[in-house]
Design a protein around this ligand. Structure first.
Ligand code: ZN
Length: 209
């Protein structure tokens, strides 16, 4: 009799919603809005790092999109449809071609823009433990937020459950290989910023991060 197929040897914590799992390189439970700003990883099996960011558009504004209550200007940026006329700040960024794999909004809602086996364009010029081009081997997670405001309880809960699901799905990822954008692009980037509670994330992941 064949052995039963095991999706993962890693037990799922009791407080992690069963909807948080990865299937076909997508996070089940997240909305999916495909960004064109991605390409193939040079080595699809080389997934070594999780990068935490913050973003809010306009900066430190958390209003929903005026034309789509479940959408946001972050969606628009990652989907190349940000209207430069909507806000003066947008004029400088509307032509950027950027993305992240996931964004976790203030209410804990998650949107995925790029499948995990594809390279999202979130890190830019970057280096982690002597390796440059962090987009090649990382998963980028945006938290809707800024450097001047705490993140929400819902965001920490969603982030922890998401990372648990990623660690279970991709054995090459590790809880001690999670970093901030500011750590891989020092002097150029400041996110996720001083309000991101790294000890809290470490504790939530079992002290290994
Ligand atoms: Zn960033």
């Amino acid at each position: 009799m064949p052995a039963p197929v095991r999706v993962s040897d890693r037990p799922v914590a009791a407080d992690v919603p069963s909807s948080f799992r990865v299937c076909a390189h997508r996070l089940v439970g997240a909305a999916y809005r495909a960004s064109p700003n991605c390409d193939a990883r040079a080595d699809p099996d080389d997934l070594s790092l999780i990068v935490i960011h913050n973003i809010s558009l306009p900066p430190d504004s958390y209003a929903t999109h005026p034309d789509a209550p479940d959408g946001s200007y972050i969606d628009d940026l990652f989907l190349n449809r940000l209207d430069a006329k909507c806000h003066p700040y947008f004029e400088g960024i509307a032509a950027l071609r950027v993305s992240a794999h996931l964004c976790i909004f203030r209410d804990g809602r998650i949107v995925q823009y790029v499948p995990f086996d594809q390279r999202a364009w979130h890190a830019g010029v970057s280096e982690w433990q002597g390796r440059s081009r962090c987009n090649d081997f990382s998963i980028g997670i945006e938290l809707e937020g800024s450097d001047v405001r705490p993140f929400t309880e819902s965001q920490y809960a969603a982030l922890t459950a998401t990372i648990d699901a990623l660690l279970a799905a991709y054995p090459t990822l590790r809880a001690d290989a999670i970093t901030g954008h500011s750590d891989i692009a020092p002097g150029r980037k400041t996110d996720p910023g001083p309000y991101f509670d790294w000890p809290r994330l470490r504790d939530a992941l079992g002290g290994a991060a």
